[in-house]
Design a protein around this ligand. Structure first.
Ligand code: ADP
Ligand code: 5GP
Length: 199
């Protein structure tokens, strides 16, 4: 693959089904990789440093921001999260599509810094269904579920700068839409101007 990869930013309320849809969509694809974020939050049971996140202290995080080592960073529930810039740039230049699962403030910074990034918002079909999914997943306390539902409404209001919206009512259909977006983005005329000149 010679062309540059696409930076795909996925956001949406916790419980919307982002992980489920992304894993379905990338099954069998070798042209997509995930960026592992840096966070100051403590690992949850079962999380491994370098797999789910790179776990760092606030001091190290501050240093990374000062040295401009992060493509974007944001605060979320009293912790800091960020995307290491060098990994993303290396993989894109190798032709890989790189996927970020980040919240809305971070996505806004990516839009400013890399306007060509593709921003995709995944939403559940309704707030009632979101609540059902959060309860069904059984990973959050009652107060955390309420907090996430409030946060979901805020995110809807802030998300007007995204390129695409996928409503995840059915996992297969939502994954097919995500793949269709990726294919369409690789057919952008502006990316192929050189090819036309050479043929
Ligand atoms: P997120 O990554 O957005 O926080 P998850 O992928 O963890 O969300 O999904 C939240 C819960 O909803 C999981 O239990 C998942 O199995 C379920 N889920 C995801 N997509 C659907 C869907 N289309 N229909 C029903 N349940 C779904
Ligand atoms: P969690 O602590 O549940 O793993 O993640 C909390 C939130 O932080 C999620 O919405 C997740 O998408 C977001 N997040 C994870 N990594 C990053 C990152 O590198 N940057 C930003 N801006 N948000 C992130």
């Amino acid at each position: 693959m010679s062309e540059r990869g696409k930076l795909l930013v996925i956001s949406g309320p916790s419980g919307a089904g982002k992980s489920t849809v992304v894993f379905k969509a990338i099954e069998g694809r070798t042209d997509i990789c995930f960026s592992t974020s840096v966070t100051t939050r403590a690992p949850r049971p079962g999380e491994v440093d370098g797999r789910e996140y790179f776990f760092v202290d606030f001091e190290r995080f501050r240093e990374m921001v000062e040295k401009d080592e992060l493509l974007e960073h944001a605060e979320y529930v009293a912790n800091r999260y960020g995307t290491p810039r060098s990994y993303v740039e290396k993989r894109l230049s190798e032709g890989m599509n790189v996927l970020l699962d980040i919240e809305v403030q971070g996505a806004r910074q990516v839009r400013r810094r890399m306007p060509e990034a593709v921003l995709i918002f995944i939403a559940p079909p309704s707030m009632e269904e979101l609540e059902r999914r959060l309860r069904g997943r059984a990973t959050d306390s009652e107060s955390a579920i309420e907090g996430r539902l409030i946060r979901a409404r805020q995110e809807y209001q802030e998300a007007d700068f995204y390129d695409y919206l996928i409503i995840n009512d059915d996992v297969e259909k939502a994954a097919a839409k995500l793949n269709a977006i990726i294919e369409a983005e690789h057919c952008r005329f502006s990316d192929w101007a050189d090819w036309l000149r050479l043929h």
